[in-house]
Design a protein. Structure first.
Lengths: 539, 376
């Protein structure tokens, strides 16, 4: 930097030295992760000021500013308006005759995904797509930039209930964490034709409903346990005060079986069966039954689950073990509230003593679904049949879930319900759609459905042509600014990142696209693309 | 916005286009547009297009004739109807006779079904002429039929003889019948080409995908003095030396497409690469208008010039089919034209009017959609 420039900025030798050099080094390393030929470091104190002047600015929410100015400061948008004054020290870019848009957002993309890693057969809700991101896919990012796309949503799509998706910012970074804007946004449910899992729609629905019902039971079991644990603790306190010392020794919880190797037949062959090598698993609590009873409540082979946490010793079915008569037998069964008996206490303790309630098994997959039922995680349903849509709406009556519909070719038939229920829709439109299909977005807009647009061709390559998809919707009757919103502000808001991206408004991320020619024209040329204030594409 | 000032109601409920259509009854139709696509593919000044007797009487005229029915499109852009040179559109059954590899006498016109709904869709989408072609499953597939996608009766019309279809790709050498290899096929092919049996207008349409197939195709056909239109010559993408050879020989056509959103960069860059070396490029998409427009849009996105793209949809496929009565808006040619409310290459543009052989078709605005907004 020249001496005159430094003086103008009012920096002194000492103030520059005082700049947090470590932080700035890290910042630079982050940005230069993509290539070693980046320009020299900029100290943290100085913020890049870029001014795009004189273009037609499309804010992304319907507003259009002719002869507008967009000021990028550092990684954020500083000001947007008509013919604003240019701040000192800014790098001015003349964009007269050009169009300026927010960075486009693709609500369903395959960019940066390692394709093989996304299919997990029957799907694991607890999985996260973040683990399948390949940050070394430079070319796909460049192609996306060449189409003006700066933010994408990626998600797994194979199983019936598959893992969580994530919102990514297409920065030129190599660390996955630098790319993730929001992780674990929604759990994906894919319904309808699925080549990986040929099945009928009827069976698919049953599987989905059963899974959610099992989750509900799981939640109830856990709530029940929490409640009983609280009661138990109170009881424990009470009995401690009463001086019943037996309790302290006996009630340290479920005893480890002694010796378990000698009683292999009594071990349930479930997730708590013998571990690898036949060694017992770490016996931290009694298996009061696996998820099998939840999934097969009517099956005769699995005894009905019976939790007895209140210590009143329900009469066991079957062999009628009477603990008051027989001498205490240190059987593995004792002290555990197994499925058959009602939790006969070990050592023939008095029935009035407080018993620690048995802890239900914890299952990571179901825990994720639990978040869906609690409304902490969205269920993103991908479907194509109108009938599936009806089922999804019914599902929403059963469980308080947030639903975002993707695909949904027949969605327009339920437009009024979708609008009144405020269910967001991601409408996947084919770029070579027949005229009646191309007209659907316009119908959705007329019915005030909240919808974003994406390509009906979920590959890494289709993201770069997002504007073409929106153009087809315009041909079908959708208003131009509404089409722009459907690929900018609407997906941003639906994905929960509307405070950061989606429109050209002060304070948001400086993701800006400059085109020669209007966005929906075939001959549009993407001249400049900025991500977080840095140019990633310049022609 | 569309402004109708005419004596005959054309924008009524979907009645057969023939009823009340002035041009069909021998009257004159005059269409006013803001811009007109010129034969060189560039957009030129607009004016009145005068249609009479199924032909274009005047293009970009300053005034409409006195007794003409008038149609005015304020922001309209008139383009020639698109031409798809190699389709199986509207055929009954397979357009292939796989029992024998050499079937020069087979005519695709014999599989033609005039009332097939695909023709109506094609016409509504702006395709006015297609080549109904035998498939690529025979070395010599037979004669392509020239089909106008609509006409006075509102159904498709066969018109004139078309070029011959050949194939040198793998599909033509099915192990079940002789010849089972290209090597085995070529002597017979050369003999046929040398004889008089294979006379047809236009170039020979040959399926040749890989570089070696392309090379053999060029040597064989050009050696016999025939012009060649290569179908889907993807081998050009990797073989630069092949392109240099092509440049030396003579006029060669390439028919590419359709492209979709999954197309690779290399594929999308091919039209530009070919056109830069003097190859005349035409697009094909099986007669599907939306796919054809997407193919053109993707090519342009990847650097194909817009004038070349329009030519690839109109003048070049006309030459591929050996036609000189359509493919451009010039006086004396067939009145096959489409009026868009914007640039024809923009996917956001809608079609306001389709005229095939002088007969206007019902407007191709999708039912139930809000009226398309005019580009400001």
């Amino acid at each position: 930097m020249k001496k005159e420039e430094r003086e103008r900025r009012g920096e002194t030798r000492s103030s520059r030295a005082a700049a947090p050099s470590l932080a700035s080094t890290l910042l630079c390393l982050c940005w230069m992760g993509a290539g070693a030929s980046a320009p020299a470091q900029t100290p943290l104190a100085k913020q890049e000021l870029t001014v795009l002047q004189g273009g037609t600015v499309h804010v992304g929410n319907g507003d259009v500013i002719e002869g507008g100015t967009v000021i990028l400061k550092g990684s954020h948008l500083d000001a947007i308006g008509k013919a604003l004054a240019v701040p000192e020290g800014a790098h001015v870019v003349d964009v007269t005759g050009r169009h300026v848009y927010p960075g486009l957002i693709d609500a369903e993309s395959g960019v940066l995904l390692d394709v093989d890693a996304t299919g997990t057969g029957e799907g694991q809700p607890a999985a996260s797509i973040v683990d399948a991101i390949d940050p070394f896919q430079k070319d796909e990012r460049k192609l996306a930039w060449s189409g003006g796309v700066t933010t994408i949503y990626v998600a797994p799509h194979r199983g019936l209930l598959d893992g969580s998706g994530a919102v990514l910012k297409l920065r030129p970074a190599r660390a996955i964490d630098d790319l993730v804007l929001k992780r674990d946004f929604a759990v994906t449910a894919t319904l309808g034709a699925n080549v990986d899992r040929p099945t009928t729609r009827l069976r698919e629905w049953k599987m989905l409903l059963d899974r959610l019902a099992a989750t509900k039971k799981y939640m109830e079991a856990w709530d029940d346990y929490e409640e009983k644990l609280a009661d138990y603790k109170k009881e424990l306190e009470k009995q401690k005060k009463e001086g019943n010392t037996k309790i302290d020794k006996k009630e340290e919880g479920p005893k480890p079986p002694t010796p378990p190797e000698q009683r292999p037949e009594e071990r349930p062959q479930g997730p708590d069966g013998p571990g690898p090598g036949g060694r017992p698993r770490r016996p931290r609590r009694p298996p009061s039954g696996s998820l099998l009873p939840y999934l097969f409540p009517d099956s005769a082979s699995v005894p009905p689950l019976h939790l007895d946490g209140d210590g009143d010793g329900d009469e066991p079915e079957g062999d009628g073990h009477d603990c008051t008569k027989e001498p205490p037998r240190l059987s593995w069964k004792d002290g555990v509230s197994y499925a058959e008996d009602g939790g006969a206490p070990a050592g023939g303790e008095k029935k009035e003593d407080a018993k620690k309630p048995p802890r239900p098994p914890r299952d990571a997959q179901t825990e994720t679904l639990r978040k869906v039922l609690e409304g902490k995680l969205t269920l993103r349903v991908q479907l194509s049949h109108a009938a599936d849509l009806q089922n999804v709406l019914d599902l929403r009556q059963l469980y308080p879930i947030d639903v975002v519909l993707t695909g949904g070719t027949d969605a327009w038939k339920f437009a009024s319900v979708l609008a009144s229920s405020e269910i967001p829709v991601v409408y996947a439109l084919a770029a070579d759609a027949a005229p009646d299909v191309a007209a659907v977005p316009a119908k959705l807009a007329a019915a005030h459905v909240d919808f974003a647009l994406t390509a009906d061709d979920p590959g890494a390559t289709s993201t770069r042509f997002l504007a073409l998809v929106a153009a087809v919707a315009v041909a079908g009757g959708l208003d131009r600014e509404a089409a722009l919103a459907a690929i900018t502000s609407v997906p941003a808001r639906q994905l929960g990142v509307g405070d950061r991206v989606g429109t050209l408004e002060a304070g948001k991320d400086a993701d800006v696209v400059v085109t020669r020619g209007e966005l929906f024209s075939s001959s549009v040329v993407f001249e400049q693309v900025y991500v977080d204030g840095k140019p990633v594409l310049a022609r | 916005m569309l402004a109708l000032s005419l004596a005959v109601a054309l924008a009524g409920p979907p009645a057969p286009a023939a009823a009340g259509c002035p041009a069909a009854q021998g009257g004159t139709l005059a269409i006013k547009v803001e811009k007109i696509v010129q034969p060189d593919g560039k957009l030129g000044a607009g004016g009145w297009i005068v249609v009479k007797g199924g032909r274009l009487e005047a293009v970009a005229a300053k005034e409409a004739p006195a007794n003409a029915a008038l149609l005015e499109f304020e922001h309209g852009v008139a383009a020639p109807g698109f031409i798809d040179p190699a389709t199986a559109l509207g055929a009954t059954g397979e357009v292939a006779e796989p029992a024998r590899a050499f079937t020069p006498e087979v005519q695709a016109s014999d599989a033609f079904d005039a009332e097939h709904s695909e023709f109506k869709k094609a016409a509504a989408g702006g395709i006015t002429t297609v080549g109904l072609s035998p498939s690529s499953s025979n070395v010599v597939g037979g004669r392509i039929a020239i089909v106008r996608t609509s006409g006075e009766q509102g159904i498709a019309v066969l018109s004139g003889p078309g070029p011959l279809r050949f194939a040198l790709t793998g599909a033509a050498f099915d192990g079940e019948r002789a010849p089972t290899s290209r090597m085995g096929a070529l002597p017979q092919l050369r003999e046929m080409l040398a004889g008089k049996k294979l006379e047809a207008p236009g170039p020979c349409l040959v399926d040749a995908a890989t570089a070696d197939e392309i090379r053999i195709a060029l040597e064989t056909f050009e050696g016999a003095g025939k012009q060649v239109a290569l179908l889907h010559p993807n081998g050009f993408a990797d073989a630069d030396d092949l392109l240099d050879d092509v440049l030396k020989k003579g006029a060669v056509f390439a028919v590419v497409g359709p492209f979709n959103l999954s197309a690779r960069e290399r594929e999308l860059a091919l039209p530009t690469k070919l056109a830069d070396r003097g190859v005349a490029v035409a697009f094909t998409a099986g007669g599907n208008a939306a796919k054809l427009r997407l193919t053109a849009a993707l090519a342009v996105r990847s650097g194909f010039a817009t004038d070349r793209a329009l030519q690839a949809l109109t003048t070049v496929p006309a030459r591929v089919l050996g036609l000189d009565d359509c493919g451009s808006l010039e006086a004396g040619k067939r009145a096959d034209l489409v009026v868009y409310d914007g640039d024809p290459l923009d996917l956001a543009s809608t079609i306001r009017l389709v005229v095939v052989g002088g007969a206007p078709q019902e407007h191709a605005v999708p039912a139930g959609a809000a009226p398309a907004k005019e580009k400001s």
